[in-house]
Design a protein around this ligand. Structure first.
Ligand code: CMX
Length: 432
């Protein structure tokens, strides 16, 4: 596989940089930790390293140094397609290079070979109560496949630290290939009377759309969606959890399943379901009437006054409108400008930030990725919003799993930050 050769060369070139930093500058400070950070979720503490993506508070995400528009422009696309192959994006995340068309096609073919989901995974899913949350099903299905881990088998034979990224890569490619199939299966089992559509010869994003049973341009949307949701540097809860679990030399199945459980929280990935649930709540309250700006203002205040957050707004790092929001908004302007819920989402963009500013709590009043993603799904008939985070998870797998390969390649150790007691912090503060 050409990808593996490219990756091997990149890893060889990267290792001396990490070794040098550790050996020559191990004691050099990269930041300090305040009491507020120790108590407040380690916000802004610089203690993770990744080269796969970087999140600037004002500019937003860059994948391997490239903004979203640059990424979308430079990745290869199928003939006549609007958005690139997701597989090519995986190549970019893993190697740092935009693939050629040939390299992207090779990866499309490789993932197709690997996408056969073991039959027992479907048995596990079918044994679960049908009203289990789709994220519970998704995480369980990933965990169930752990018995197939190539990394685990390699560990049992005696893992060589220098080459441990290779069995990790095997697991990562297997998982990336299979998760869209699992996601579509969960969707159709739960919401489409348990009728299923066999896989096609299409690429990952388009095949997902096909297996969901949703027509063009949903294939284009899902290529875009998976790329946009792939990575957001290392500190977000799903990426950090995956990295943390992997640092114990747990394999990619254990690690990703854990990461998906973090994504399932309403302050993280579940927010994209919450946005649609919240908007439906507005409609219900108004007896089905399209809300006006004044209605929305009242509902936003009502939500805040009841102690809840406005889903899809705010961010731990970003301090401007999320470019992933903007990219999806562009998709809406091209494909569904007159969609009624899109109009409501657009109105929210005018209504929410000034209210959050007036309330004065949120550090970032602007929308994040989740404010815009659900409306597009709804438009194409995927109205079962508790499924939305599963699709986020399929996309997020690309980034967090690429990181696992690099974690092993660079020999990052088990993660183990230090805790203090409240009394210790009080003593530190008292000393001044
Ligand atoms: N609505 C209401 N209040 C908000 C808010 C929002 N959208 N965003 C932040 N706040 C509040 C916080 O709850 C916090 O209140 P308290 O002081 O009472 O605890 C205060 O403002 C300060 O928070 P912050 O420093 O601005 O934000 P955090 O880094 O603590 O949290 C996030 C970030 C995303 C969890 C938060 O903005 C939020 O809850 N947003 C709504 C949920 C959401 O959209 N999550 C998805 C994020 C993207 C993703 O991961 O998918």
């Amino acid at each position: 596989m050409k990808l593996k050769q490219t990756l091997a060369a990149k890893i060889e070139a990267a290792r001396p940089r990490t070794t040098r930093l550790l050996k020559e500058f191990g004691g050099h400070k990269v930041g300090e930790v305040t009491v507020a950070q120790a108590i407040g979720g380690a916000r802004g503490v610089k203690c993770l390293v990744t080269d796969i993506s970087y999140l600037d508070p004002f500019e937003g995400i860059r994948f391997r140094g490239h903004t979203i528009p640059e990424t979308l422009k430079n990745l290869p696309k199928a003939d006549g397609a609007e958005f690139p192959f997701v597989e090519g994006h995986l190549h970019l995340l893993l190697t740092g290079d935009f693939p050629t068309m040939e390299e992207a096609q090779e990866l499309v073919a490789e993932l197709k070979k690997r996408r056969q989901v073991p039959a027992y995974v479907f048995d596990v899913l079918r044994a679960m109560p049908r009203d289990s949350h789709p994220m519970t099903m998704f995480s369980t299905a990933i965990l169930a496949m752990q018995r197939d881990s190539v990394f685990k088998a390699a560990y049992e034979k005696g893992l060589d630290k220098m080459t441990s990224w290779e069995p990790m890569l095997e697991d990562v490619l297997d998982i990336v290939a299979r998760v869209p199939v699992i996601a579509a299966y969960i969707y159709r089992m739960k919401y489409k009377a348990d009728t299923h559509i066999p896989a096609s010869e299409l690429d990952l994003g388009a095949n997902f759309a096909h297996m969901m049973g949703v027509a063009h341009p949903y294939d284009e949307l899902m290529r875009l969606y998976f790329i946009l949701h792939s990575d957001h540097e290392s500190g977000n809860a799903s990426a950090h959890t995956t990295h943390l679990v992997g640092s114990t030399l747990s394999d990619a199945y254990y690690s990703l399943s854990a990461g998906m459980n973090a994504l399932a929280g309403p302050l993280h990935g579940l927010a994209n379901q919450e946005v649609l649930r919240w908007i439906q709540g507005v409609y219900d309250k108004l007896g089905g009437k399209v809300p006006s700006k004044e209605d929305l203002k009242a509902f936003v205040w009502e939500t805040l006054n009841s102690g809840q957050v406005i889903p899809g707004y705010g961010h731990a790092v970003l301090r401007k409108t999320d470019p992933r929001y903007e990219e999806q908004r562009n998709f809406c302007l091209t494909h569904l400008p007159n969609d009624e819920i899109f109009q409501v989402v657009s109105m929210l963009y005018d209504v929410v930030p000034p209210i959050l500013e007036e309330q004065g709590k949120a550090k970032n009043p602007w929308p994040n990725v989740d404010a815009q993603s659900g409306v597009i799904q709804w438009h194409y008939g995927v109205t079962e919003y508790d499924f939305y985070t599963v699709m986020f998870g399929v996309g997020r797998a690309l980034g967090v799993l690429s990181n696992l390969v690099w974690d092993r390649a660079l020999g990052y150790p088990i993660e183990r930050p230090k805790s203090l007691t409240t009394k210790m912090i009080e003593d530190i503060v008292a000393k001044g």
